[in-house]
Ligand binder design. Structure first.
Ligand code: SF4
Length: 396
C-alpha cells in the first residue's frame, strides 16, 4: 500500500528552520508501506532557514510580512501531482502546518494559536478524496498491550479467533451488562479471546446478540463497553449483511456510513451506562476514514475484491420486503443488516475509532436469504476475510 508521508516526520531536515520533527509512530508505520515522501514547501523552492509562515486572509505570509502564497501553492500543486500519480489513498501529514495541517492550523498571529482549517497541500488532497491523517492520529491508533484492537465478529466470521495466540478467555456471561440468559446462535461463540494476532494485541469477540431477540440496545452494546474498559481504542466490526441489488455486489465490503432504522439507540439508555459522559454525540466520521483507507489499501494489495457503501441497520428478524429494498436503494443504502448500528454508535460515543467490514452473503429481497446460506457464503469467503483482517491489523 502506498502512503504519502511528510518528509519532516520521517526525519528530513526540511522544516522552515532547517530542523526536523521525526515521529516514532510514523516511522514505524512507514516500514510496512510503500512511502511517497512529500514536502510541499521544499517543492515550492522556499529558502531554508526562513521565518515561520502562517495562513492569513486567504494567503500565506512569513512572520516578517513577506507574501509567500505563490510558492506555497506551486509546491502544493507539484507534490499533489506526485501523490495523485502514485495512487496513494492515504497521506500522513505533519499537524498544524500551513501546508500539511489537517482540520487545525496556526491562525496567522504567529502566537501559537490554532484555528479550524486545512493546509494548502492538504486541501488539494482532500478535494481528490485522499484521506489525510496526522501523526497524532497514527500515534493514538497504533495498537499496544495497553490498547489492543477489538474485533467483533458476526455470523460465520468467527474463525479468525482460531488464529489468535490466546493468553486469556472471557465468558461473555462474566461481562457487565451482557444478559445472563443469552445463548449463541449457530456461527457465534460467546467467549472473548484476548491475545495477539500475528503479534498485534487484540481482543476478539466471536459472536454477538441482537435486538430482534428482545435484548435492549444497552445489552447489545455491552461488548463494546467491555472492550473500551479493557483499553481498546480501535474497534473493527464485521458482520453478514444483505447487498442492495443495483448498489453493490455480494461479497466483502467496507461500511462508509450508516442509517439507524432499528428504532433503538444505546444512548437513549445512557443513564445506566457508565463510561458515557453525554448522550449528545456528533456522528461525523462515524467510521474512521483512516482505518477505511487502510482496509481499501490492503484489499487492493492482496487482490481481494471489495465493495463499499452506506449500511442500514434494521430491527429484523424478518428480512426486507420488496418495497423496503426499493426504499433503501432510494435512501442511498448499499448494505442492510440486523446488527452493528447500535454498537457503532456506542463505540463512537466512547471516542473509539471504528472500522466497519461486511460480508454481503445474499441480495436483500432475494430468495436465498436464510441462516444456512449465510454460513455457506461466509465459509467461501473465509480465506479472503482472514487475509484482509490480518493485513489491516498489521498496518494499524
Ligand atoms: S511542508 Fe510539510 S513536510 Fe515540509 S516541512 Fe512543512 S510540514 Fe514538513
Amino acid at each position: 500500500m502506498r502512503v504519502a508521508i511528510s518528509r519532516c516526520l520521517l526525519g528530513d531536515n526540511c522544516r522552515y528552520n532547517g530542523k526536523t520533527k521525526p515521529n516514532a509512530a510514523v516511522i514505524r508505520s512507514a516500514k510496512n508501506v510503500e512511502v511517497v515522501p512529500v514536502c510541499p514547501e521544499s517543492a515550492g523552492k522556499l529558502p531554508i532557514p526562513r521565518p515561520a509562515a502562517e495562513q492569513r486572509d486567504g494567503g500565506v505570509y512569513m512572520s516578517d510580512g513577506t507574501d509567500v502564497t505563490r510558492q506555497f501553492q506551486a509546491g502544493a500543486c507539484k507534490e499533489f501531482d506526485r501523490v495523485k500519480k502514485s495512487g496513494a489513498p492515504l497521506a500522513i501529514l505533519k499537524a498544524k502546518s500551513p501546508s500539511c495541517g489537517s482540520d487545525l492550523i496556526y491562525d496567522g498571529t504567529y502566537s501559537g494559536t490554532l484555528t479550524a482549517g486545512d493546509g494548502v497541500f492538504t486541501r488539494l488532497l482532500k478535494q481528490e478524496g485522499i484521506t489525510v491523517a496526522t501523526e497524532t492520529m497514527v500515534e493514538e491508533m497504533h495498537p499496544s498491550v495497553e490498547h489492543p484492537v477489538a474485533i467483533v465478529l458476526g455470523t460465520g466470521l468467527g474463525s479468525i479467533t482460531d488464529l489468535v495466540h490466546v493468553v486469556r478467555r472471557i465468558d461473555y456471561h462474566d461481562i457487565e451488562g451482557f444478559p445472563d440468559n443469552a445463548q449463541p446462535i449457530e456461527g457465534h461463540r460467546f467467549e472473548a479471546a484476548i491475545g495477539a494476532l500475528d503479534g498485534v494485541p487484540v481482543i476478539v469477540y466471536p459472536g454477538r446478540i441482537h435486538l430482534y431477540r428482545g435484548y435492549s440496545a444497552a445489552e447489545v452494546t455491552s461488548l463494546v463497553r467491555h472492550a473500551f474498559r479493557l483499553g481498546c481504542r480501535d474497534i473493527i466490526f464485521a458482520g453478514a449483511t444483505g447487498a442492495i441489488p443495483g448498489k453493490v455486489e455480494k461479497g466483502l465490503g467496507i461500511l462508509t456510513d450508516q442509517i439507524n432504522l432499528t428504532g433503538r439507540n444505546p444512548l437513549a439508555e445512557w443513564e445506566g451506562l457508565r463510561d458515557v459522559e453525554s448522550p449528545f454525540v456528533d456522528m461525523n466520521d462515524l467510521y474512521s476514514p483512516y482505518m477505511s483507507s487502510i482496509a481499501r489499501g490492503v484489499a487492493k494489495d492482496q487482490n481481494i475484491t471489495i465493495g463499499a457503501g452506506v449500511f442500514a441497520g434494521v430491527l429484523g428478524p424478518s428480512f426486507e420486503t420488496r418495497a423496503e429494498v426499493s426504499a433503501l436503494r432510494q435512501l442511498g443504502v448499499s448494505y442492510v443488516g440486523m446488527s452493528t448500528v447500535n454498537e457503532v454508535i456506542m463505540a463512537h460515543a466512547l471516542g473509539m475509532h471504528v472500522l466497519g467490514l461486511t460480508l454481503a452473503a445474499n441480495y436483500s429481497g432475494g430468495c436465498d436469504v436464510d441462516h444456512q446460506s449465510v454460513l455457506a457464503t461466509a465459509k467461501r469467503y473465509e480465506d479472503d476475510f482472514q487475509r484482509w483482517v490480518r493485513g489491516i491489523v498489521h498496518l494499524l
